[in-house]
Structure formats: structure tokens, C-alpha cells
Design a protein around this ligand. Structure first.
Ligand code: DGL
Length: 287
């Protein structure tokens, strides 16, 4: 199944549909992230679609993306997608919020397979959840600066009031496993107190790492604020797209293989926190 367009289109999402033959359905779903964070999405996809084969690429050598320029993240994202496209994937999942915020259009232009990002499903879930139409979004600097969540939310409901906040320190805290201690609590309180005062009733966790800190975030925000975890909503969107495109695997049991761009030790060690199950091994690729 050819997955890379020979000529870029004019920016409109590709209408070219892949073949729906058995080999097409049996092809893998490619997922990439800047590192281990996207494992929260991979895990949700595996739970939702247990028959699917998943190829996951963590660009650990160039992590983090959240503090880099949009141009650089776009370039890295295209390179990650090219690696996965060479594995004849049937669908691409951009599990990194920062990549989805700045590179989704470029990826959809370049590859003629369905491309699902984490932002549209997260925005959709927030719109469904909110009652008072006041929605908060927390994410990396890059995602917040891109305005991608605000655009996606406004497109769904122009009357929403949207409050955004970059929470960059949540990423290293989650990587370190410091998700339920005084440091995590005081960081959450510094970042989120003003957001709480805005009266939002829904908060989008717009970064792969933030679901790990959901408990301390919920403590600060209080019981009346619903947290939207984009990993779960993205998995639901992946399922919907596969069914819509006739690309869901009809039999067999699923599997996952991991690729990384730096030595795999840290990815394998810390991956379990994000996956909710052990990451047995990962193959290093050259960059
Ligand atoms: N995966 C990134 C995201 O969801 C967070 C980590 C990073 O900055 O690379 O935005």
C-alpha cells in the first residue's frame, strides 16, 4: 500500500482512500511521539482495538518537542512519519500534542493514509463535557503558542470561553514518576490556581504526560472540573476512522513493537508508567 504522496496537494485533506483488501486491513497502525509520553495513547489504542498491530516510534534523541520551534517540530514529525510510512502502515496517529498542534496539516498533505491527531478528539470531548461553556486547556509551551486547541474548540462551538496555560514542568515530573508528592502538588497549585478562578468546568489535559498527574491536577481544580484525557478520546477516534475507512482488522490478536531514536534503556525503564504494562524492548534506529 503506497502511503507517501508523490506530489504534495494544495493543503486539503487527502480524499484518496487506501485499498480495503485483507492485506490493507492487516497493516499496522503507526504511532509516533517525541518520546515515551505517546505510550498513553498507544495503550488506549491497544485497549480499544485489541486486534490491531501497532508500530510505535519515540523520537527520544530529539525529545522534548514542547520547547522547540514549530518549524523544527514539523520537520521532526515528517521524518517520524516517513519512517513509519516505510513500514506500510494503514493509518498514522500523531500521539504528541505538540506535533499535532503544528504538523498535522503538513502530514495530511504528505501521506495518503488517514492521519489522526490528539487535538481534535480532545476538543470534541471537551465540548461534549462542558455545561457552562468555559473550557481550560493545559499543554506544553509549543502547543499553547500554536493556538491549535483554541481553534479546534472554537470551530466546534464559537461561543466557548477558553482559558489556556502552559505547564512545562509537568513533563519532567511525569518522566521522573513524581506525580503524587509535594513537588507535584505545589507545581500544580502554582500553574492552576488562576485557571480554577476562571470558573471553567472542563479542563483538557493537552499533553501526553499530564494524565499521569491527573490526581494532583484534580485536587487543585476540585470536584466540579471534569478532566479530559485526550489519550482515550484519540483511541475512540482511531477506532471510528478505521471502521469508517473499512480498515479495521477482522481477526487475529494484536501486537506492538517499539522503535526509538536514542539508546532504548530509559524508554524501556520508564515506559511502563505510561503504558500501564511493561515495555519489554525497543529497537534503536539511526537518525
Ligand atoms: N509529547 C509532548 C506533547 O504531548 C510532551 C513532551 C515533549 O515536550 O516532547 O506535547
Amino acid at each position: 500500500m503506497p502511503t507517501r504522496k508523490t506530489k504534495p496537494s494544495n493543503g486539503v485533506r487527502s480524499r484518496t482512500r487506501p485499498l480495503r483488501s485483507a492485506p490493507a486491513c492487516n497493516a499496522a497502525i503507526g504511532i509516533f511521539d517525541s518520546g515515551i509520553g505517546g505510550l498513553t495513547v498507544a495503550h488506549a489504542v491497544m485497549e480499544t482495538l485489541p486486534r490491531e498491530t501497532i508500530i510505535y516510534l519515540g523520537d527520544t534523541a530529539r525529545y522534548p518537542y514542547g520547547t522547540k520551534s514549530a518549524e523544527t517540530v514539523r520537520r521532526y514529525s515528517i521524518e517520524n512519519a516517513e519512517f513509519l510510512a516505510d513500514k506500510q502502515i494503514k493509518m498514522l496517529v500523531v500521539a504528541c500534542n505538540t506535533s499535532a498542534a503544528v504538523a498535522l496539516d503538513a502530514l495530511r498533505e504528505r501521506f495518503n493514509i488517514p492521519v489522526v491527531g490528539v487535538i481534535e478528539p480532545g476538543a470534541q470531548a471537551a465540548v461534549t463535557a462542558t455545561r457552562n461553556r468555559k473550557v481550560g486547556v493545559i499543554a506544553t509551551d509549543g502547543t499553547i503558542a500554536s493556538g491549535a486547541y483554541t481553534r479546534a474548540l472554537k470551530q466546534l462551538d464559537p461561543k466557548l470561553e477558553i482559558y489556556t496555560r502552559a505547564c512545562p514542568l509537568f513533563v519532567p515530573l511525569a518522566e521522573e514518576g513524581w506525580v503524587d508528592n509535594d513537588v507535584a502538588r505545589s507545581t500544580a497549585s502554582s500553574y492552576l490556581t488562576s485557571l480554577k478562578r476562571s470558573g471553567i468546568d472542563t479542563l483538557v489535559l493537552g499533553c501526553t504526560h499530564y494524565p499521569l498527574l491527573a490526581n494532583v491536577i484534580a485536587e487543585v481544580m476540585g470536584p466540579n472540573v471534569k478532566l479530559v484525557d485526550s489519550a482515550k478520546t484519540t483511541a475512540a477516534a482511531v477506532r471510528e476512522t478505521l471502521l469508517h475507512e473499512g480498515l479495521a482488522r477482522r481477526s487475529g490478536s494484536g501486537s506492538v513493537s517499539f522503535f526509538v531514536t536514542d539508546v532504548p534503556d530509559r524508554f524501556v525503564k520508564a515506559g511502563g508508567h505510561f503504558m500501564g504494562q511493561r515495555v519489554e524492548s525497543a529497537v534503536r534506529i539511526e537518525r
